[in-house]
Design a protein around this ligand. Structure first.
Ligand code: HPA
Length: 271
């Protein structure tokens, strides 16, 4: 695995001359973020050796390299989901490549259901912690000591200092920034009403089908993580006609400017 990671990291670095410290994962409906970047290179996943290829609608499947707020960043436009059939190792592969490229900061975003009664659709929620309900873990199997330790500390999984930067920025710019715990599970079915209530009871505030594997792997490699959920639907009050993926994409697009502002503030703070 290590050889593959190195080969892919070298390929990207040679192609793009990337020197930055920050990677961004754009969740469902949030791919337009790259319009705010000064784009220097765009690599389709299919052209990157060892990269899995993304299949789902709303995910373009490209690595976009450029500058944002004056900093060099690499953005994943489209991520890999467990429900698409990738293994945990495959879907977290890009994060390991990022670390090998010298990246120490991972900014993640996702579209998520709200399971906190004070949240509204269109809110953005800073992820302060997560609950892994995937029933598995990307670090299962032989540990690669060169990447990180066997038993990874997850007590500061979402960097508290970066959270404080975002909190202050949101307060002084009048951006409604919720905070809470993201529950990650496999999908691809949405939750039943009983499951949404259960996830609220166990301490969840947002729920989605991604992020947790990438964040575990990033922590394994001692990366600093910052995360935002865009609340695209209300799990505690599902409409009669049910949840639907197109609505998720629409709301994500509408909330995107807030996400851009918060990510911008966090990135500006990275030296
Ligand atoms: N549940 C799981 N994943 C999601 C949801 C949801 O309600 N909304 C967007 N992604």
């Amino acid at each position: 695995m290590l050889q593959k990671i190195e080969a892919t990291a070298n390929f990207i670095k040679e192609k793009t001359n990337f020197r930055g410290k920050t990677a961004i994962i754009l969740g469902s409906g949030l791919g337009n973020f790259t319009e705010k970047m000064d784009i220097k290179h765009s690599l389709s996943y299919k052209d990157i050796p060892n990269f899995p290829v993304s299949t789902i609608e709303g995910h373009a499947g490209k690595l976009i390299i450029g500058t944002f707020k004056g900093q060099e960043v690499v953005a994943m436009q489209g991520r890999f989901h467990y429900y698409e059939g990738y293994t945990m190792e495959e879907l977290t592969f890009p994060i390991r490549v990022f670390k090998m490229m010298g990246i120490d900061y991972l900014l993640v975003s996702n579209a998520a259901g709200g399971i906190n009664y004070s949240f509204e659709v269109g809110d953005i929620m800073m992820i302060t912690d997560h609950i892994n309900m995937f029933g598995t873990n990307p670090l299962i199997g032989k540990n690669e000591e060169k990447l990180g330790p066997r038993f990874t500390n997850m007590s500061n999984a979402y960097d508290a200092q970066l959270c404080e930067v975002a909190r202050k920025f949101a307060r002084s710019n009048n951006i409604r920034l919720q905070e809470g715990v993201y529950v990650g599970l496999t999908g691809p079915s949405f939750e039943t009403n009983a499951e949404y209530r259960y996830l609220n009871t166990i301490g969840g505030d947002s729920v989605g089908m991604s992020t947790v594997p990438e964040v575990i792997v990033a922590n394994h490699m001692s990366m600093h993580v910052f995360g935002i959920s865009v609340i695209t639907n209300n799990g505690l009050e599902v409409p009669e006609e049910g949840n639907n993926h197109n609505e998720v994409l629409d709301v994500a697009g509408i909330a995107a400017p807030k996400l851009e502002a918060i990510f911008g503030a966090v990135i500006e703070n990275i030296d």
